[in-house]
Design a protein around this ligand. Structure first.
Ligand code: PLP
Length: 368
């Protein structure tokens, strides 16, 4: 009986699967592969996805518990659709009116909505290689075309045209995985050369020395995106935002899910942003540890690109990133090895606590 059922069922199922009328660009795309997340996470020193080693501000936990109350009754109700308090808080912190701010469920959401707003099927978007490969995934979903630009040895964009006609250009600065940042004057020049929008992805700006926020006022086509994932230790809450001219923000508002941020994320966001003393303390510790760790690697003969992010890109003397990756992995230390031929000689190592990095350094010495 079972046997007969199985025989009848399988071909029908397979046939049904073949008939799903997927758009060809979705059928052919590979999908984004995030950094490895081990099941037994606590057993590792995890330095592969640029997470912050410190907990979020204690005010975040208080705010979440207050929002939950004793029985979570507030969760019955939808959250604020506009995340208005968050826009007010971000605006105040950076000196913009709230109409220049949009909140996002992680900055990935706003990157996605920027593509949906500005780049139609068959239209071009551009970004630097190497930078954040998720832009390509988002473009593939949209059916937009991708053009990548390489880097010159002095970390400028190679062969960037006088007039770039793509609908959007994504500039990751500080760059991940390499860690360098473009100077502000150069970013402004790029904005002027872009016929479309220039998205300055500042996921790591809080670990650097300057940012492009003032360009938003001067150049109508500039959008700056930020995340609370790294510098505010809130990767698990999914919080980001964009700052741009009100016309751009209004367009993005039409596209986003109307309740894109849940209640707990909203209160967590305000609490985190308001505790600037804690923020400065944590980012300060990471900068110090970064400086110390990079100098120690240089002593071991590593090439380390001066970094403005919460990570370093480091190349061992024998330029065999895989060998060091494997050695660290076997000692339960996870770093990022990028398979790209341009990058596989090195490792992107997130900056953890001083203790994490002391252990990592000892392991690297042992590996030799
Ligand atoms: C981490 C990261 C993001 C994503 O941030 P989320 O807010 O966690 O979605 C975007 N861009 C770059 C360059 C990043 O490194």
């Amino acid at each position: 009986m079972f046997f007969i059922l199985i025989i009848l069922f399988i071909p029908v199922k397979i046939k049904g699967f073949d008939m799903i009328p997927l758009r060809p660009n979705i059928a052919s795309m590979a999908g984004y592969v995030p950094g490895f997340q081990p099941a037994d996470e606590a057993a590792y020193i995890k330095l592969n996805t640029n997470e912050n080693p410190y907990p979020p501000s204690p005010e975040v936990v208080k705010a979440i518990l207050a929002e939950l109350g004793s029985n979570g009754a507030s969760l019955r109700k939808y959250p604020s659709a506009s995340s208005q308090r968050l826009r007010d808080t971000v605006g105040e912190l950076y000196g913009f009116l709230p109409s220049w701010v949009i909140m996002a469920n992680g900055s990935d959401e706003v990157l996605n909505n920027l593509i949906r707003a500005f780049a139609g099927e068959g239209e071009e978007i551009g970004f630097i290689h190497p930078s954040y490969s998720y832009y390509a995934t988002l473009a593939e979903i949209q059916g937009a075309l991708v053009k990548t630009f390489g880097l010159s040895p002095d970390y400028r964009i190679a062969d960037f045209p006088d007039r770039y006609e793509g609908k959007l250009f994504f500039l990751t600065t500080p760059n991940s995985p390499l860690g360098f940042a473009f100077p502000l004057a150069y970013i402004e020049e790029l904005a002027k050369r872009c016929a479309g929008m220039l998205v300055v992805d500042e996921a790591y700006a809080d670990f650097g020395d300057e940012d492009a926020l003032e360009l938003v006022r001067r150049q109508a086509n500039v959008v700056v995106t930020r995340t609370l994932s790294k510098s505010y230790s809130l990767a698990g809450m999914r919080l980001g935002f964009a700052i741009a001219r009100p016309e751009v923000i209004a367009a993005l508002d039409k596209i986003r899910d109307h309740y894109n941020l849940d209640r707990l994320a909203q209160v967590a966001c305000v609490a985190a942003l308001q505790d600037q003393a804690y923020f400065r303390e944590c980012t300060g510790k990471i900068r110090e540890t970064r400086k110390w760790f990079a100098a120690e690697l240089v002593k071991l003969g590593y090439n380390v690109i001066p970094s403005k992010g919460n990570f370093v890109f480091a190349t061992p003397p024998d330029r065999d990133g895989k060998r060091v990756y494997d050695g660290l992995f076997s000692r339960k230390i996870l770093v990022r090895l990028l398979s790209d031929p341009l990058l596989k000689h090195g490792l992107r190592i997130s900056i953890g606590t001083r203790e994490d990095m002391t252990k990592t350094l000892a392991a690297i010495k042992e590996i030799g």
